[in-house]
Structures are given as structure tokens and as C-alpha cells.
Ligand binder design. Structure first.
Ligand code: ZN
Length: 297
């Protein structure tokens, strides 16, 4: 197996070899500079300069030598060559990072353009948020006959995509009715709603007492102790923030109400009804989510 250093050296050596070949041969555009294309382009960009389409906008230089949907790059093209080297070295993704164009004059319909390419610089490997990769700078010159009419410095970042960060989990939906619960969780308190009229504890929170129908919700902080009343083992579908099968328990609180939550760090085969558990708050960004952990009694 090739070591990383060897592969970096191979990229550098290939870059040097390709750069040493200098400027590529001329590649001609498929069509001469033409009014219909100028009209479509200026309309699409909303450019109402009255000199168009008798003249072509200089920024269209690249348009006249585009390869088209099914065009194939010349194998001798330095840009294509370095991209291939980086593909093979394990850097398959690409993003354009810089484009600086220089215009020498306006073009006119009827002119036929050709472009040359030169590999200017390959630097790396670098580390960016996208992943490890190399910056590749190429230089293009457009010609009408022997006259250079436009130039472009074009830089891309050719990289190996970084693995996505672990998902943060799904944040809870906070409403007027549940705000107190999540505020408590953030403080490490398990808050349970209590009816201000009859004292009934209830969960999940809601505006009205199911026993006396009064709209006077209050809350108490409970012990965070309970027992497994029932449970399921979740296999599919995948849930952000979780890997592998995990246990979701319906926990009966010592104070009475039942609450659903994950039972942490247990083998599904070892969970049993009646098992003693204690609440444990799991940080998920700005939220803390109550989960459960088995305890010895
Ligand atoms: Zn009540």
C-alpha cells in the first residue's frame, strides 16, 4: 500500500511534470461569436447595454469555447491531466474557489475564438471544512487569430470529502405548554405538570387537567426515579444521533405519571419490566433531553 507521503510526492511530481509541458495547444470554439448567443446571455443576466449584441460582452469569453454537454477534454489538456492525477490520488470532489478574468477588448460577431490552458500552481495537501485537498490554479488565454483577447486565472479545490459530522439529534418541539419542561431539563430538573386546582400530576403537558378540566397548570420538580413500565427496541428506521438498536422505555415515575425516553447503554436483552431507572439529561445543542439509566436498588 502506498503511504500518504508517497502519494503526496506523486501528486507534486505529476504537477511539476504537467506544469513543465507549458501552454497547451489551441482549442477552437464550436461556433464563432454570434448574436443569438449574445442576446440569450445578456437577457439571462439582465444586461441591457445597447452596444450588445453588435458587440459581445467580454465576460462571455469562456462561453465561446465551451465544450458542450458531450464534449471531451483533450487528453493533452493540462487541467484535465492534473484533475485525473488527483482523482487517482483519492481526491474525487471539486469546487471552484477563484476566477479572475482580464479582458483586452470587446469581441464582435463572426470572430472565432480559441483557448489555451497552462497549469500554474498546485498546492497542498490542505485541510478545509470540505476535507483534505489540493488547490489547482490554471491560466487560460483566449485568442482571436493571433491576438490575445481575454485571460482567466481559475482555481479549484480538489478534495477528499470529510466524513459528515455526527448528527446532533432531532431538537424537541417547544410550545407554550411544554416550555417549562424544556427549561427545567436545561437546568437538570425533571418538571412534571400539576393541576393548580385538583393537584393531579400529568404528562405530557397540556393546557387542561384531564381530571377536573381546569385550565390552571403548574409544575413540580420530581425525583427523577422510576421503573420500566414497558419498552421497545428500535431497529429501523435510522434516527439522527443514534447508532444501532436502542431501547425506548415507558418509565413510570415514582410520583406516578409515565414518560417515554431512551434507556441508555443497555443490552436490549437485559432490559426488563419493573427495572429501576434514574433520569439523565443528554445535551443536544441548546437542549437537554431526559433519558434513563438503569440503577441498582
Ligand atoms: Zn385538575
Amino acid at each position: 500500500m502506498t503511504s500518504t507521503v508517497d502519494s503526496e510526492e506523486a501528486v507534486r511530481a505529476a504537477a511539476e511534470r504537467i506544469a513543465a509541458t507549458g501552454v497547451s495547444g489551441l482549442r477552437f470554439g464550436r461556433d464563432p461569436v454570434n448574436e443569438p448567443m449574445i442576446r440569450s446571455w445578456t437577457e439571462a443576466l439582465g444586461d441591457t447595454d445597447p452596444r450588445y449584441p453588435e458587440l459581445a460582452p467580454p465576460a462571455m469569453a469562456q462561453v465561446w469555447t465551451m465544450m458542450g454537454l458531450h464534449g471531451e477534454r483533450d487528453p493533452a489538456d493540462p487541467f484535465g491531466q492534473i484533475l485525473e492525477v488527483l482523482d487517482e490520488a483519492g481526491y474525487p470532489s471539486i469546487v471552484a474557489t477563484n476566477c479572475e478574468q482580464t479582458y483586452h477588448r470587446y469581441l464582435r460577431p463572426g470572430e472565432t475564438l480559441a483557448v489555451t490552458t497552462r497549469l500554474d500552481q498546485v498546492t497542498g495537501p490542505k485541510r478545509t471544512a470540505l476535507g483534505e485537498g489540493w488547490f489547482v490554479t490554471v491560466h487560460n488565454t483566449w485568442y482571436s487569430g493571433a491576438e490575445a483577447v481575454a485571460e482567466m486565472l481559475f482555481r479549484v479545490y480538489k478534495y477528499r470529502p470529510a466524513p459528515p459530522p455526527p448528527p446532533a439529534g432531532i431538537p424537541p418541539l417547544v410550545s407554550k405548554d411544554t416550555e417549562f419542561f424544556w427549561a427545567g431539563a436545561a437546568l437538570g430538573e425533571l418538571r412534571i405538570q400539576r393541576c393548580g386546582a385538583c393537584g393531579e400530576l400529568r404528562h405530557p403537558p397540556g393546557p387542561m387537567c384531564p381530571r377536573c378540566q381546569e385550565l390552571r397548570p403548574e409544575h413540580v420538580v420530581v425525583s427523577g426515579l422510576g421503573t420500566v413500565y414497558s419498552f421497545v427496541v428500535h431497529h429501523h428506521p435510522a434516527v439522527p444521533g443514534h447508532t444501532g438498536p436502542f431501547v425506548i422505555a415507558l418509565v413510570e415515575l415514582a410520583e406516578g405519571p409515565r414518560m417515554v425516553g431512551e434507556l441508555l447503554d443497555v443490552e436490549p436483552s437485559e432490559v426488563h419490566i419493573g427495572q429501576s431507572v434514574r433520569v439523565e439529561f443528554q445535551r443536544r445543542g441548546e437542549f437537554a433531553i431526559p433519558a434513563w439509566r438503569a440503577v441498582e436498588v
